[in-house]
Write a protein that binds this ligand. Structure first.
Ligand code: ATP
Length: 643
């Protein structure tokens, strides 16, 4: 089925083997992908594009496919290298003005009408008379120039960026300008989730294989192969999230042998395993009944994935795969001491927690957040940090993801050593009765933790699942027990001007969740209470530069009407007393109900600068929270009725 579908799709293949991939082929694919909401069609379109690129690449050329893939997901490097786009509106307006000979005022006025700078650029270009046709854009040319823009920093970089953007725009034809500008903004907004790209890559390689083997295969068999290939690539990529590694290997050895070639590698951070919230110990016991599990302290710090390579180099990565070695030079010094002889290479998962220098007591996250994020000097450090390791993912050349937690934990304890105030193992208790869990939970809170993480210990249910929010890891926070529920991570998309004393700052904010499949932000609530004057000023300082002329196309607004819109970038952690259905807000529409879901009495907890806007809570999670709440309410009203 997939084969016939890809044949229907007509991506212009007008280039010869060995030629650079024309950017026009990508722009055309993007237009078609944007025009459909069906995941299956998006996948088929991308598959056709990748298939063409592979067919027209010379043997040994993996760059063509690699750069095509990067442009399709709008990235320029693996996450941990962190070369990012995200050029501000004013710079882009300037470049569009310069390259199309229009004033910035006119470009801004158009933007106000259209709400999409990409469209404005495309229309400006297309209404411009040109004497001669510019040389066609190619994928390597666009990729190299985008990278140069992303990498230029410092004083004179603004002019340099504008001049590169102007050069790119000058060469744009058809719809190319629209996607170039959106790329520069940081989001393509065509609904191209990373999962779709991975599946399409797998499908394209199977189809190429099939073609080369020149053997007929029936549809059922092909479907099975396509599905298996998609599973392989998803699993490989979750262990080794780097297209720089996966794509050359895929082209070299094919999909079936990919797992042998691409494995978890120290130096390349994997996406961390995440936990599901639970509200009561009873729920934990229901879920884990009859299976061995362990409870660990849930430390209130920052996730830290620690790597050591064979050559002796260390790396510390954040929850978001950001390199944190510059933030934690003290940990970099502490680390070698906690390693026992014979531990040559490893990856362990840990929490970095602020501790009191004199008493050694754990301090809350707020203390840790006082530290600078970049270019920290050891001698300037005020807040001391201790690492609490809770999992071992790789040891001496061997990935351990598919070993039970019991075994991984054993290896962790054997190969590392506790050092007061510097390195320790997460405190754990394998007791399984309600009383034991209850008392361990109370102890964890007394010791300054948020509660417990409850984890499966044995069988394949206890394997490490990168990037998954797994039911085999449950979080039991003290807040949940008070009935408050889990916090949400929401993106600030709009602002309301303050009143009275607050007229110079925003007095309230519009928040949104993020739907990764639809690639859109969905408004969820307005928040305006509980901020001090100082906090409002600091939010104003951060958000003012992100103001946009009009709401961006990937924000599903519903009926919300803030005074200003922001580029969706800043993430806040929010607690709520209650969720309710809403005719105004757009979050999770069509999931629990046709209406959206909103938060009642939202409360600001903290800025989450370790999360990017795409890591914000998703609509499924919100619908799940709402449904649990309805269930709990109906249970308690039944109980009351029975009393
Ligand atoms: P999430 O990561 O689940 O989206 P979050 O970042 O807001 O949400 P929490 O939901 O509070 O974090 O819980 C998960 C986090 O708890 C982990 O990412 C990790 O940083 C931290 N943590 C602390 N102690 C442990 C532990 N023993 N095992 C696993 N994670 C732990």
């Amino acid at each position: 089925a997939a084969l016939s579908r890809t044949k229907e799709v007509d991506i212009k293949g007008g280039w010869k083997v060995g030629d650079p991939v024309p950017y026009a082929a990508l722009a055309q694919a993007f237009s078609l992908i944007e025009a459909t909401t069906k995941r299956i069609e998006k996948t088929a379109l991308l598959t056709s594009l990748f298939l063409l690129v592979i067919q027209r690449s010379k043997p040994g050329d993996f760059k063509s496919l690699l750069e095509t893939v990067y442009l399709c997901i709008n990235r320029l490097s693996p996450d941990y290298i962190g070369i990012e786009l995200g050029i501000g509106e004013s710079l882009l307006v300037k470049a569009i003005g310069e390259s199309t000979g229009r004033s910035q005022g006119v470009v801004k006025a158009d933007l106000k009408k259209e709400g999409d700078l990409g469209l404005v650029a495309m229309n400006s270009k297309n209404s411009q008379k040109t004497l001669f046709k510019p040389k066609a854009l190619t994928v390597p040319f666009v990729f190299t120039n985008l990278k140069e823009i992303a990498l230029s920093t410092g004083h004179s970089s603004q002019n340099k960026k504008v001049s590169i953007i102007t050069k790119l725009l000058a060469a744009c034809q058809g719809s190319e300008a629209k996607y170039i500008i959106r790329s520069l903004e940081g989001k393509l907004r065509i609904g191209n989730a990373e999962r779709t790209v991975l599946v399409a890559l797998a499908h394209a390689t199977v189809l190429v294989d099939q073609e080369r083997a020149n053997k007929r295969i029936n549809k059922e068999k092909l479907t099975v192969r396509l599905e298996a290939a998609a599973e392989i690539i998803k699993s490989v990529y979750s262990e080794l999230p780097s297209y720089d590694e996966v794509i050359p290997a895929l082209l070299e050895v094919g999909i079936e042998k990919l797992k042998d070639k691409c494995k978890l590698t120290p130096g390349i951070p994997l996406k961390p395993m995440l936990a599901k919230p639970t509200k009561a110990i009873g729920e934990v016991l229901d879920r884990f009944e009859g299976k061995r599990f362990t409870c660990e302290y849930k430390y209130d710090g920052e996730r830290a994935q620690v790597h050591k390579l064979e050559d002796g180099a260390f790396g510390i990565f954040s929850r978001n795969s950001e390199d944190m070695s510059k933030k934690y030079p003290d940990l970099m010094e502490q680390l070698p001491k906690c390693i026992k002889d014979g531990t040559k290479s490893f990856v362990f998962d840990a929490e970095a927690v602020a501790i009191d220098r004199t008493t050694g007591k754990l301090m809350p996250f707020q203390e840790l957040s006082k530290r600078k994020r970049k270019d920290v000097k050891v001698e300037d450090i005020q807040v001391k940090v201790c690492l609490f390791a809770f999992d071992l993912l790789y040891l001496n050349g061997e990935p351990l993801l598919h070993k039970p937690l019991l075994e991984r934990r054993q290896l962790l304890r054997e190969h590392f050593q506790q050092i007061d105030g510097e390195f320790d193992f997460a405190k754990s208790s394998d007791g399984e009765t309600t009383e034991e869990i209850q008392s361990f939970l109370e102890q964890s809170v007394k010791d300054g933790c948020e509660g417990l993480m409850v984890k499966m210990l044995e069988t394949d249910a206890s394997f490490y699942e990168p990037s998954r929010r797994s039911v085999n890891w449950l979080k039991l926070k003290k807040d949940y027990l008070a009935g408050v529920g889990d916090s949400l991570d929401l993106v600030v998309v709009g602002g309301y001007y303050g009143k009275g004393k607050r007229t110079n700052v925003y007095g309230a904010f519009l928040l949104a969740c993020y739907d990764a499949d639809a690639e859109e932000y969905q408004t969820i609530c307005k928040i305006g209470t509980g901020f001090s004057e100082e906090m409002l000023q600091s939010h104003y300082d951060t958000l003012k530069p992100l103001e946009m002329t009009k709401v961006r196309g990937d924000v599903k607004v519903g009926g919300a009407k803030p005074d200003v819109w922001f580029e969706p970038r800043i993430v806040w952690e929010i607690l709520t007393a209650d969720l309710s259905l809403s005719p105004i807000y757009a979050a999770a529409q069509g999931l629990a109900d046709e209406r959206g879901i909103s938060l009642r009495f939202p409360r600001f907890i903290r800025v989450r600068d370790d999360k990017s806007a795409d890591d914000a809570t998703g609509p499924e999670q919100i619908a799940e929270m709402y449904e649990r709440q309805v269930l709990a309410q109906s249970k308690s009203s039944k109980k009351k009725g029975g009393d």
